[in-house]
Structure formats: structure tokens, C-alpha cells
Write a protein that binds this ligand. Structure first.
Ligand code: FES
Length: 118
């Protein structure tokens, strides 16, 4: 069963830069977007070949994987090159000055926002 997990202080996540976070057995990338204003939490593994998306360049709502430069829209989770490549996104929220994500327990099936929508 998924649980809300506290990741980092909200002020540690700034617009234009990803943050790598390990929590509850998951390797995550956390981004803050300006337009629309929101925090996005994804699995820190590029769907192409596992690249470190937290280190990717952020431009608007998109992050570019540092390995082979595939670009993903963080709001939709879809790759701008092919909509068959999608990020694994987790529901997130800010509460009491912290960013939290709804994460499956380690070893539990990989449920996420994108998969549930399919
Ligand atoms: S691993 Fe991300 S584009 Fe190849």
C-alpha cells in the first residue's frame, strides 16, 4: 500500500534544478516548476536507458536526460520525441514545509500516476 513519505524541505527544491532523493527504497528526482506552479516527483531513471534525470537540464516544464538528450515534459511525463516513452511520476504534495510523495512500499509493485492512468 502506498504511503506519503517526506522527501526534502520545500526550500531545498528550486525552479530550474532537479534534486536527487533516496527514500523508502526508491531513487527519485524532484523538480519545482514555475508555470504551472507545482512540484514533480519522478523515478530517477530515464525510460531510455536509466539515465540520471535529476542531473538533467531543466527548461520550462521539460527536463533533458544528460545521457542521450531525450527530453521529457515533467507535467505529462511524456517524452517529446516519442509518446511511448514516459516517466514514472509519483503523486506529490507540500506539507508543513516539506515535499512529500506517495510511494509504494519497497518491494511492492511499481504503481505510479502514469501507470494508473493507462
Ligand atoms: S538514458 Fe536517457 S536518453 Fe538515454
Amino acid at each position: 500500500m502506498p504511503n506519503w513519505v517526506r522527501l526534502i524541505a520545500a526550500n531545498e527544491c528550486v525552479v530550474g534544478r532537479g534534486r536527487f532523493v533516496e527514500a523508502a527504497g526508491h531513487e527519485l528526482a524532484v523538480f519545482r516548476l514555475e508555470h504551472p506552479p507545482q512540484v514533480v516527483v519522478i523515478r530517477n531513471s530515464c525510460p531510455h536507458a536509466g539515465g540520471n534525470l535529476a542531473a538533467g537540464a531543466v527548461n520550462g516544464t521539460c527536463v533533458t536526460c544528460p545521457w542521450h538528450h531525450w527530453e521529457f515534459d515533467l507535467v505529462s511525463g511524456v517524452c517529446t520525441l516519442s509518446d511511448s516513452a514516459r516517466l514514472t511520476r509519483f503523486e506529490s504534495r507540500e506539507r508543513d514545509g516539506f515535499i512529500e510523495a506517495l510511494l509504494p512500499e519497497s518491494g511492492e509493485g511499481r504503481h505510479n500516476v502514469t501507470d494508473m492512468a493507462e
